[in-house]
Design a binder for this molecule. Sequence first.
Ligand code: ATP
Ligand code: MG
Length: 427
Amino acid sequence: MSTLQPVRGTHDLLPDEMRAFRHVVETGRTTASRYGFDEMATPIFEFSGVFARTLGDTSDIVTKEMYTFADRKGESITLRPEGTAGVARAFISNGLGNDLPFKVFYSGPMFRYERPQKGRQRQFHQIGVELIGVPDPQADVEVIALGRHILDSLGLKGNVTLEINTLGDTESREAYRGALVNYLSGHLGLLSTDSRERLDRNPLRILDSKDEGDRAVIANAPLLGEYLNPASRAFYDDLKNGLMDLGLDFVENPRLVRGLDYYGHTAFEFTTDALGAQGTVMAGGRYDGLIKTMGGGATPGVGWAAGVERLSMLLAAPPATTRPVAMIPAGADPMIKREAMILTERLRRAGFAVDLGFSGNMGKRMKRANKVSARVAVIFGEDERLARAVTLRDLDSGEQTTVALDRMEETVRTMLAGASEVAIGGI
Ligand code: ATP
Ligand code: MG
């Protein structure tokens, strides 16, 4: 195992990829802020109990995916596998329960020990939102609308489908649990070992299994929807009506469950066919029990998280970048190089993005100006140095003009005024 290789399941974000990646995060951040969600961040690691207690001790994450280690004092620490538990912990430890609703956006790396494949890594990134303190399904509608808005802004309108389901309240789930266990017990021999183990502790989790044998059994299992009490049914109807009011298309998927234990009522996913097996790009639901389970007061919540890598892969076109100005020192005199550096800094202080090539003749520097999609080249050679001037070339039209040094910034500004943005680099 070479230490020069990245660790399995981790990935360098080189500039082209980072550009798409950042576009996803920034679109999430600005759209969330339009919906009244402020950004926050929690630590990347927490005491293991924050996750182990809340995600459910039969969830995939807790049983096999957590990066857990003892720190130097022997404290059990876990790299966060998801964002909601940390936000809920922060909500409780900062005593934020008096000022509700609490609406936040977050982004950052998550860690899960999974089998790496396309769209599935051990260090990946999420953006997510939480809306804490509102029991009304209108909150669910708001977070789903925000999710859809972000996906639309990323140009994914036609590629991503919203699937929804209800997990009902505790009473409905209890009623269903009996029927489900009864059914599954009749097919024990066909279930995977994992699922057989879950049968007693958390049979609903079996519905989320990816095992093919399990899936065949699940296909004929009774549906939770048939066991909803009137309150749960009303909640679900309100959700659907709210989505329809906003013109948000959805597909009901009665087999959709979330992999974590803390969800009830609303469960939803935005899915795509374009990423093979890893088709879920954004997933969320309502977690009214979570904060109480963690030791806070009973406080409802609803939210989602989206995989930034999966969304980046879906972007059709790389996002536009600002076209820089290229500084082209021309000539052998060392003073040219020094003064060009000073002019470069002057332009940057004036607000322009300036690319300064460090070496090469005029031809090589022009090539570089092309590569970075520069719009304007500032040529500073022997003639210009003596005349205290610069030559400014419009790299699209080829027109050029020589202006006194003290008019450099204003002329560049005028030339750029008509410039458009252009996409550079592939994803
Ligand atoms: P999956 O069923 O694909 O394992 P999950 O239910 O474990 O997903 P969530 O915990 O709901 O996923 O996480 C929300 C989103 O984060 C997912 O929809 C996906 O876009 C992304 N995601 C989850 N795990 C990974 C991973 N290992 N690598 C990349 N993205 C991931
Ligand atoms: Mg998973």
